[in-house]
Design a protein around this ligand. Structure first.
Ligand code: AMP
Ligand code: ZN
Length: 472
């Protein structure tokens, strides 16, 4: 499999450190509010990556953190504390907010067929690990105390910027008006590992540490949680593109300074979902959540389908019109699977099935090209394989794409037969006679029978799934 590695800025063959095993880490949500569907685009694409690695035979261990402390609104060390902001908004404690929105996040994931990672660890469970790593960084000379806080000293590294070529001047421009620069920092790019002197006097969650009572900075959690569960060598680290800097850059700095060697080999970043008027937001305009999609009558899996129709390294524009198009295409695709269900219990031809999956594999091996993988689903349907083999191939593809295609087709088939069951006996009889006439190629008789059915107030439609008769 070839995958684009943001660290080398090239497509590279994916080769894990240990043959057959993959250690995968994902930055989890900051649980101060619902996830918007932009956040969930990232988790959908990461889910496809994980499932495709498993499909390709790897034994994957995937770890995700839950950010319930330390994340400030700026992603750096300025702005408000996101968790505190959420708690104030809802007149609840930080831990109540964290529990509520963690549960809400996993509810959304379930609706989108996103598998829960093998290990999910909230930052607040790992304070001892953070203290241990920060203490070692101080001992090794990579961190210093200033004004009561502990900072990582980026000047101690040969190379700090990994994903882009920032300079100190660019960073100075990044300090926006109204956001105070931190004079304790020796270098502009230095970042906080541990706060004891905080501007948030009402900080709810604080822990004792060798440097005084305080709380961790945001970045340290991902390094520590990853190393705690996956050890010193990580194969692949994922997140949204905005996480490249400063978050992932800082993760690399502190992890490699701590362990003394290269930490992670591949960096997988998902580009953003935007609205047509710009960036997706939790505060401005319509707050796009999975619940909102459901309220408007969309199946969440239609949103997953919409995401898979474009490449993860391209920005994706969300609009209701685009989602309507995806809904229509999804419905048509499901309708084409319904006729295959008749062969549910027939054994597929394994050799043919393997060949049918080639197009899918090729698409996914080429930097997770899910748009092309969706096209491969249509190619299976168009192929001349028998229905049982086609159905087997669709099931295999959908174990990765997770669009619920067979389940949706089963529901549709049930609906079709329920409406057929509602037909009066004489209509059913006429329909059977008409089917027999068509089979015998007696089209004059078939037409006559159709007329009798329509005269009795019913319509006859020929669809891909066969004849459907409904009340007019
Ligand atoms: P957060 O809960 O803010 O920590 O973000 C959770 C994940 O969503 C991170 O991996 C972000 O990089 C990602 N993310 C944030 N905004 C977007 C967006 N508009 N589209 C796609 N991913 C996003
Ligand atoms: Zn992270």
């Amino acid at each position: 499999m070839y995958i684009y590695n943001s660290a080398s800025r090239k497509k590279e063959e994916f080769v894990p450190n240990t043959e057959g095993k993959v250690k995968m880490y994902t930055c989890g949500p900051t649980v101060y509010h619902y996830a918007h569907i932009g956040n969930l685009r990232t988790y959908i694409m990461e889910d496809v990556l994980e499932k495709y690695l498993r499909f390709s035979g790897y034994d994957v261990t995937r770890v995700m953190n839950i950010t319930d402390v330390g994340h400030l609104t700026s992603d750096g060390d300025t702005g408000d504390d996101k968790m505190l902001k959420g708690a104030k908004r809802e007149h609840k404690t930080v831990m109540e907010i964290a529990k509520f929105y963690t549960d809400a996040f996993f509810d959304d994931c379930k609706k989108l067929n996103i598998k829960t990672p093998d290990v999910v660890e909230p930052a607040t469970h790992c304070i001892d690990e953070f203290i241990k790593v920060i203490s070692t960084l101080i001992e090794k000379g990579y961190a210093y105390e200033a004004g009561g806080n502990i900072y990582f000293d980026t000047s101690k590294l040969d190379k700090y910027y990994i994903f882009n070529d920032f300079t100190e001047e660019d960073l100075a421009v990044g300090v926006r008006e109204g956001v105070e620069a931190d004079d304790n920092k020796r270098n502009k790019a230095d970042f906080v590992l541990w706060f004891t002197k905080s501007k948030f006097e009402d900080q709810e969650l604080k822990w004792d540490s060798p440097w005084g009572i305080g709380y961790p900075g945001w970045h340290i959690e991902c390094s520590c949680i990853s190393m705690k569960h996956l050890g010193e060598y990580l194969d692949i680290h994922c997140g949204g593109i905005d996480n490249q800097f400063p978050h992932h850059t800082n993760e690399i700095a502190q992890s490699e300074a701590y362990i003394g060697h290269k930490w992670c080999n591949y960096w997988f970043h998902v580009h953003h979902l935007n609205t047509d008027d710009g960036k997706m937001s939790k505060s401005k305009g319509e707050f796009l959540t999975v619940s909102l999609l459901e309220e408007k009558g969309y199946d969440p899996l239609v949103y997953r389908f919409f995401c898979l129709q474009s490449h993860y390294r391209k920005n994706l524009v969300f609009s209701w019109e685009n989602l309507d198009n995806a809904a229509e295409a999804y419905k048509k695709l499901v309708a084409r699977i319904v006729p295959l269900l008749g062969e549910k219990d027939v054994k597929p031809d394994d050799a043919k099935l393997g060949v049918l999956l080639n197009g899918f594999r090729e698409a996914m091996d080429g930097d997770l090209n899910t748009a092309q993988a969706v096209t491969a689903v249509y190619d299976v349907l168009k192929s001349d394989a028998d229905n049982a083999t086609k159905l087997g191939a669709i099931k295999a593809l959908d174990s990765v794409l997770s669009l619920g295609l067979v389940e949706a087709a089963e529901k549709q088939a049930e609906k079709n037969s329920a409406s057929a069951d509602d037909l009066p006996e004489e209509i059913k009889e006429l329909a059977e006679k008409r089917a027999a006439a068509r089979k015998a190629k007696d089209f004059a008789l078939a037409d006559e029978l159709r007329k009798q059915i329509t005269d009795m107030g019913y319509v006859v439609e020929e669809t891909r799934q066969g004849t459907v008769i409904k009340k007019a």
